[in-house]
Design a protein around this ligand. Structure first.
Ligand SMILES: Cc1cc2nc3c(=O)[nH]c(=O)nc-3n(C[C@H](O)[C@H](O)[C@H](O)COP(=O)(O)OP(=O)(O)OC[C@H]3O[C@@H](n4cnc5c(N)ncnc54)[C@H](O)[C@@H]3O)c2cc1C
Length: 466
């Protein structure tokens, strides 16, 4: 008997550790609600996780097995579960953050002391950390070189789903409720969780939108991206299954442009691998900059600015729309994540770690590697980051990517009845015009052109250029 410890792999298909265990022995599927991990969780993610767990449990029950659960420290709970079920080994899929790796080491030691073997597998990425390296054997810090190697590789095959006779005849306790875990109902409408929701999303996306992804992915109103990020975060779909569906879509392309579009989508999966490889090699970058300047950046302490940003009342329509989408949907469109992150760090001159902490609390798809990677990219401190002098103008961004102000109107009700021109030139209107078209929407809290200059000075001072 082998215990499979589910963590961020809430699925039974294309699951490397589960598949390996089932190919050698009978498997006891287990999940541990770890209070330590839950201190880093938040309401939207816990809601998504509980729904995903419910579907996973139903999958096992349909096969006369169950998901055995416990609440507590996995270093105590897993040896107990293994002992009670007569298991000789525990298997799990690796995670890449420093905290997760420390916990896994502790669990490994506790199991060894109890005489139980452990084995971990690389499952979450298309290509494992350490498998795509420079000639010197280091991880890449420039994406384009990483991507050249990534795209030339043979796609990995899907792992087999365990046969029902390989699943132990066990029964699990009821899950703790959200309240018992100490979380309130999420403020946001959390997307549908679980393996079938993930499969349907992937199938719908690969059936059409993928062919226009390159053109439309930057338009936040177009709803043209896959929406797979919470599923990839929680592992309700296997990454190899995603890659296989993209390969199938590529084999069926209507024209060359559609083929390029599939590749553009693949490059986003490669960014996900890239950031995980960078984090695995540099676990300290969750709190420290990946790339240091001569001196620390002298970020501003501006609690009012931070509050306005969090509440979506900066007077920059696309920034406010994004920050409100975060609260209502627990997600933000990628282009808008870049805009709001640039606004916090380059217009408000506030430390990216403040933004990261807010995203971590509010995002249903918060994934350490991608979130840190995205924030450090915007702040100009990350691997292959935006250069410090290239600063998004939030008004040009809205004019270019939301030219009908459709996304802004969806998320900012105060601007719903305002004419498009007024929204796209909100920073140029005088107070009478603003009061006439949208009296309850604020004027810009900072002057972008002035803050742009100040941001460049801030970074040049950190570079030692003064
Ligand atoms: C400041 C900031 C914070 C971010 N925080 C997160 C986060 O916590 N979790 C997260 O999954 N993504 C994060 N991203 C990346 C990106 O915004 C989301 O992955 C994307 O918006 C999710 O929507 P989708 O699934 O429809 O993406 P699609 O465009 O359909 O892309 C498919 C998948 O590729 C991966 N991907 C796409 N873009 C990126 C990227 N730039 N970097 C890394 N992986 C990418 C994701 O897994 C995504 O689900 C962040 C970006 C920024 C700028």
């Amino acid at each position: 008997m082998i215990v499979h410890w589910h963590r961020r792999d809430l699925r039974a298909t294309d699951n490397r550790a589960l598949s390996a265990a089932a190919s050698t022995d009978t498997v006891v599927p287990a999940f541990v609600f770890d209070p330590d991990v839950l201190t880093h969780a938040s309401a939207p993610r816990v809601a998504f996780m509980l729904d995903a767990l419910a579907e996973l449990r139903a999958w096992y029950r349909e096969r006369d097995s169950d998901l055995v659960t416990a609440v507590g420290d996995p270093a105590t709970e897993l040896p107990r579960i293994a002992d009670e079920r007569g298991a000789t080994a525990v298997v799990f899929n690796s995670d890449y953050s420093g905290l997760a790796r420390e916990r896994d080491e502790r669990v490994r030691r506790a199991l060894a002391e109890a005489g139980i073997e452990t084995e971990s597998f690389e499952d979450a990425l298309v290509y494992d950390p350490g498998s795509i390296t420079t000639q010197a054997g280091d991880h890449y810090s420039v994406f384009s070189y990483f991507w050249d190697k990534w795209r030339d590789r043979e796609p990995p095959s899907i792992y087999s789903t365990p046969d029902r006779e390989r699943l132990a005849d066990v029964s699990g306790d009821p899950f703790p409720t959200r309240d018992e875990l100490g979380f309130e109902a999420p403020e946001a409408d959390v997307p549908e969780a679980g393996m079938s929701a993930a499969r349907n999303r992937l199938a719908d996306f690969c059936d059409g939108p993928i062919y226009r992804y390159a053109d439309r992915r930057d338009a936040p109103a177009a709803n043209a991206t896959s929406g797979l990020s919470p599923h990839l975060k929680w592992g309700t779909i296997g990454i190899r299954k995603v890659r296989e569906s993209v390969e199938n879509a590529k084999a069926d392309v209507p024209d060359a442009e559609a083929g390029d579009s599939c590749e553009t989508f693949e490059s986003q999966l490669a960014w996900r691998d890239f950031y995980a490889h960078v984090l695995a090699a540099n676990p300290g970058t969750v709190t420290a900059p990946f790339r240091s300047y001569e001196r620390p950046i002298d970020w501003r302490d501006d609690p009012d600015g931070l509050d306005a940003w969090k509440n979506g009342v900066t007077g920059y329509p696309i920034v406010d729309a994004g920050m409100r989408q975060l609260r209502t949907e627990a997600l933000v469109h990628n282009r808008v994540r870049m805009i709001v992150a640039s606004f916090l760090t380059k217009d408000l001159l506030i430390d990216w770690r403040e933004g990261y902490a807010w995203f971590r609390e509010k995002l249903v798809d918060h994934e350490t590697a991608n979130d840190v990677g995205g924030w450090q990219w915007a702040a100009g401190t990350g691997a292959d980051a935006q250069p410090y002098f290239r600063i998004f103008n939030p008004m040009t961004q809205v004019q270019r990517f939301d030219p009908d102000a459709e996304y802004v109107r969806t998320h900012v009700p105060e601007l719903r009845d305002a004419p498009t021109d007024a929204i796209l030139e909100w920073d140029e209107l005088d107070s009478d015009d603003r009061a006439a078209v949208a009296p309850s929407y604020p004027a810009p809290i900072v002057d972008h052109a002035q803050r742009r200059e100040e941001a460049i000075e801030l970074f040049e001072a950190a570079r030692g250029d003064e």
